[in-house]
Ligand binder design. Structure first.
Ligand code: GDP
Ligand code: MG
Length: 199
């Protein structure tokens, strides 16, 4: 039997949750600020912990922003606190998320180690291909061998993950990273037969 939809039918409004993770200083707060349609909720405070980054402020809780994708779809962006000692919060923040952006700070000593750690910490999403990797703070000194190593980690997986060099301060580039993730989610949700949220 063919179903006819009433003329005033609107598809259900969807609000997706997407996570941003990565070490302190990678640019998570900057990206959420660049992407968000409205002022973001941030829990940045003056940083006294210079052990992981020399940034003046740091996110202790999480960042929250929102972006409208089209009339029916919006994305809630949640930035996880980067510092290791807040990692106990990550699983709770990941609940209900449909995708993950891992942002790496290419000026840190071992971006490959950082990548492996974040891919493992958010395995439910990353093993399902529901993630993308952004390489932040690349410059002329960025080592080709490091880029190759990261590429290798991203590709040699059951479901390869895309990797993109980004300057998250530029809204267009942050947007490109988000769009890449949304495409990745669309492809892999269909492949996996997942129709709703992955927790
Ligand atoms: N030089 C440089 N700085 C960047 C780049 N991307 C982001 N930043 C800066 O790096 C800092 C990142 O801080 P923040 O967004 O708070 O990082 P978070 O700890 O991941 O939330 C900000 O001061 C940005 O302006 C980049 O590509 N190059
Ligand atoms: Mg932050």
């Amino acid at each position: 039997m063919e179903m006819t939809l009433p003329s005033n039918y609107l598809p259900p409004i969807k609000e997706h949750k997407i996570l941003l993770a990565g070490p302190m200083g990678a640019g998570k707060t900057t990206a959420i600020r660049a992407l968000s349609d409205r002022r973001i909720v941030s829990t940045d405070v003056k940083s006294f912990d210079q052990s992981e980054s020399d940034k003046a402020t740091t996110t202790v809780g999480f960042d929250y922003g929102k972006i409208q994708i089209d009339e029916q779809t919006s994305v809630r962006l949640i930035g996880t606190p980067g510092q290791e000692r807040f990692s106990f919060l990550w699983p709770a923040l990941a609940l209900g998320a449909i995708g993950l952006i891992v942002l790496l700070d290419m000026q840190r000593p071992h971006p490959a180690k950082d990548l492996s750690k974040y891919l493992e910490s958010f395995a439910t999403l990353t093993n399902s291909g529901l993630a993308v990797i952004g390489l932040s703070k690349c410059n002329d000194n960025t080592d080709d061998a490091t880029l190759d190593e990261l590429q290798e980690i991203a590709i040699n997986r059951a479901i390869p993950l895309p990797l993109l060099v980004v300057d998250v301060r530029q809204r267009t580039q942050s947007k490109l990273l988000l769009e890449l993730l949304l495409t990745q989610i669309e492809i892999n949700q269909n492949t996996l037969g997942v129709t709703e949220q992955v927790s």
